[in-house]
Design a protein around this ligand. Structure first.
Ligand code: C2O
Ligand code: CU
Length: 466
């Protein structure tokens, strides 16, 4: 792994890092035209050449899509790449045919072709859209963007900021390392890069004003890097996780955000005018400054606002725990995982044999080597499911269920004081998490690890609802 670039580029750079205007409309439907295409962007700073990327409208992050709750999305995605693609709307409870999983819910969009997605998001909150074809390469090259559904009456803030955080593996000339999906990444922690970015910029600064109230929407678009962010002496209030509101709580602990996860924070900027404050990530052994707040000289106000910050309650249906069907899902395999044998295409074989075909993970002993497989869970529409996920591996896995949110009830047998809705929970090594949800959305839905190399190496399954 090339750490040199990351460590060399010492100074914090000052790039604007500002999104292009969001695609919004004030009508019942938001009509969107987005092209997946090659582009160029300066990730590392002025001392380095621009990086060739793939982006939605050529940008990284891609053009933000923003609408109000109740509006429908009417999106035409054009493919101007030389490879097929498709777009998944991560975390949105939408009809199966709109889910964007090429090979399962639609054919891939061939080069030069387009696909029309139409749905009405049923929930407000912070989501994202990304490629779902060879995702470990296409997301790794930049094919993702924010998808924000505004509440009818959002809490009052001075600024609503989105940070798509990512992690690039760049060579010394700032070009993207082409070693996507290599054996080491597949069997270990996934593709962990050497250049962590906020909105496509390495070590950018964020200008703020004393007294300002910011809603910060964090979206982790990394292939596999998880983050544990500390905001110095600011005390962030968590108001939403994976798009769904939580009873706001103030924390001075780090904010953990696994790959594909989202966290909405309210930050009251209490630092002194002219001061600086780094945002530090310490998920892995080497902690570093992800970005830095720089306070302007003139304060915005003396006392932070004290108006309400709570979001409207989630609209997701409550599972019926008394009548739910229980499923236990065990994740095994990977380096140092001790898995001896697993089933591939219905046949038991040694992990060695499995690994020769590029797969190293299994769910309940079954290798997810295809999208279309006998389902892990096959259930009737409307049934309540209790899902226990046990991670028996040496690595964390951000497990994503398409088309649904799951209510996280307990961790390692300890009940949460306030169960919360999630769509991409980060299950740590040796951890057991228990969830419940209503299987209310018919179709065949992917359930997979969002460490994208893990998914490619077999950590995936299907949940079928009919
Ligand atoms: Cu965010 Cu299967 O994807
Ligand atoms: Cu994983």
């Amino acid at each position: 792994m090339n750490r040199r670039l990351f460590l060399q580029a010492g100074g914090i750079t000052t790039l604007s890092g500002v999104f292009p205007a969001a695609l919004t409309a004030d009508t019942a439907s938001t009509v969107i035209d987005v092209t997946a295409q090659p582009g160029q962007t300066n990730i590392v700073g002025p001392d380095f050449p621009a990086t060739d990327v793939w982006g939605f409208n050529g940008e990284v992050p891609g053009t933000p899509i923003r609408l109000r709750l109740g509006q429908s999305v009417d999106a035409t995605i054009h493919n101007a790449l030389e490879v097929p693609t498709a777009v998944h709307w991560h975390g949105i409870r939408l009809p199966n045919a709109m889910d964007g999983v090429a090979g399962l819910t639609q054919p891939a969009i061939a080069p030069g072709e387009s696909f029309h997605y139409q749905f009405t998001p049923p929930d407000s909150g912070t989501y994202w859209y990304h490629s779902h074809v060879n995702a470990y390469e296409q997301i790794g090259r930049g094919l993702y963007g924010p998808l924000i559904i505004d509440e009818t009456t959002p809490p009052v803030v001075d600024r609503d900021l989105t940070w798509m955080i990512d992690d690039w593996r760049l060579l010394d000339d700032a070009s993207i390392s082409g070693d996507f999906g290599n054996g080491h990444d597949r069997s270990h922690a996934g593709r962990i890069g050497n250049v962590p970015t906020v909105n496509g910029r390495f070590r950018d600064v964020v200008k703020v004003r004393t007294g300002e109230r910011i809603r910060l929407r964090l979206i982790n678009a990394s292939n596999a890097r998880n983050f544990s962010l500390s905001f110095g002496d600011l005390k962030p209030s968590v108001i939403a996780i994976d798009g769904q509101s939580v009873t706001p709580y103030v924390t001075d602990e780090t904010i953990v955000i696994g790959a594909a996860g989202r966290v909405d924070l309210i930050l009251d900027m209490t630092g002194d005018p002219g001061s600086k404050m780094p945002v530090v990530d310490n998920f892995y052994r080497q902690s570093y400054d992800l970005t830095q707040f720089v306070y302007e000289q003139s304060p915005l106000r003396d006392q932070p606002l004290d108006s309400a910050i709570n979001l409207p309650p989630s609209l997701i249906p409550e599972p019926d725990l008394a009548n739910a069907t229980a499923h236990v899902v065990t994740i095994a395999g990977g380096a140092m995982g001790g898995l001896q044998r697993a089933k591939l295409d219905g046949e038991w074989m040694s992990l060695r044999k499995v690994a020769q075909q590029g797969y190293v993970w299994a769910i309940n002993d079954v290798v997810g080597n295809k999208l279309r497989m006998p389902p892990l869970i096959d259930t009737k529409q409307g049934s309540s499911i209790i899902l226990t996920i046990r991670n028996e591996t040496a690595f964390p896995h951000p497990m994503h269920l398409h088309g649904h949110h799951m209510k996280l009830l307990s961790i390692d047998g300890k009940a949460l004081s306030e169960p919360r809705w999630v769509d991409s929970p980060l299950v740590m090594p040796r951890q057991t998490m228990k969830f419940a949800f209503v299987a209310d959305n018919p179709g065949e839905w992917l359930f997979h690890c969002h460490a994208l190399e893990h998914h490619a190496a077999g950590l995936g399954a299907l949940v079928k609802i009919s």
